[in-house]
Design a protein around this ligand. Structure first.
Ligand SMILES: Nc1ncnc2c1ncn2[C@@H]1O[C@H](COP(=O)(O)OP(=O)(O)OP(=O)(O)O)[C@@H](O)[C@H]1O
Length: 255
């Protein structure tokens, strides 16, 4: 399934946070959204998962405007991993991941073997299989993040939208989780701050600045020293990693 955003505008009071965003995430592609702090990345994702509604414009999934879909219809095709998980409730890890199945089984239905399989598989995919009975509140930041990713995986949707999925993760899990997400072969749209992670996994990149998409293209088209200077105000040294042939970026003190 493909995700398409057309002319999306969003204001808070007089502040224009999104100034007419157009972008497309093609079926089964892995697309990154980068940009400086406060440029509007999370706000854009909030419009995609309907936490807020745009002032103008629309979000389409396979040409269907998502604002016309019922919650249940949307949760069968789009899963979300938010940046902050302020889950205060006292649930076990397995109970939280099981919530990902509510979209298809209904809140009060019993879960069947297929649901059980998806739950176990999702926990396994994020390295949390042994944590099923642990209380969510007792987990570390990175463990909580992995559980939230498992909950989204468990929804078994075609599209996953993530806000900084590697936030809180140590380097082993940064690599493992990104690799796993890539291997799923789903349509993925994710914000990323780590440019080397973006370079390793993204098929396509959108660059946002002050509520606008200012550049987009493949990694080699977008990741230039000029872009890092203009958008992030840093001097970057970019080279090709001889092992995986991906671009690597080092940062130098800005002049
Ligand atoms: N409820 C709100 N009221 C006023 N301003 C807000 C509100 N929510 C967000 N903003 C502002 O909107 C701007 C965009 O915020 P957003 O969280 O989308 O940025 P971001 O690109 O995701 O940033 P980061 O990289 O730091 O996560 C910021 O300046 C933020 O302070």
């Amino acid at each position: 399934m493909k995700l398409k955003i057309e002319g999306l505008k969003y204001d808070i009071g007089k502040k224009k946070l999104l100034k007419g965003i157009n972008l497309e995430v093609k079926n089964k592609s892995f697309v990154g959204l980068i940009g400086p702090n406060g440029c509007g990345k999370t706000t854009l994702l909030k419009n995609i998962y309907r936490y807020v509604s745009p002032k103008e414009g629309a979000v389409y999934i396979d040409n269907k405007n998502i604002y016309g879909l019922k919650n249940k219809e949307l949760s069968k095709i789009l899963a979300v991993v938010m940046q902050e998980n302020n889950m205060e409730f006292d649930f076990t890890v397995k109970e939280i991941v099981t919530m990902g199945r509510f979209s298809s089984v209904g809140r009060f239905s019993s879960i069947d073997n297929n649901d059980e399989y998806l739950i176990e598989n999702a926990l396994d995919n994020v390295g949390m299989k042994e944590y099923g009975n642990r209380n969510f509140l007792s987990l570390s930041g990175g463990e909580k993040q992995r559980v939230m990713i498992a909950m989204a995986l468990c929804q078994n949707t075609d599209i996953i939208v993530l806000d900084e999925p590697t936030n809180h993760l140590d380097i082993k899990y940064q690599v493992e989780i990104m690799h796993m997400l890539k291997q799923l072969g789903k349509t993925v749209f994710t914000t990323i701050h780590d440019m080397n992670i973006a370079s390793s996994y993204c098929d396509y990149i959108y660059v946002m600045k002050q509520g606008e998409i200012v550049r987009h293209g493949t990694i080699s088209e977008v990741f230039t020293e000029d872009m890092f200077r203009e958008i992030f105000n840093v001097n970057a040294y970019i080279y090709t990693n001889p092992y995986n042939k991906k671009l690597n970026i080092s940062y130098l003190q800005s002049s």
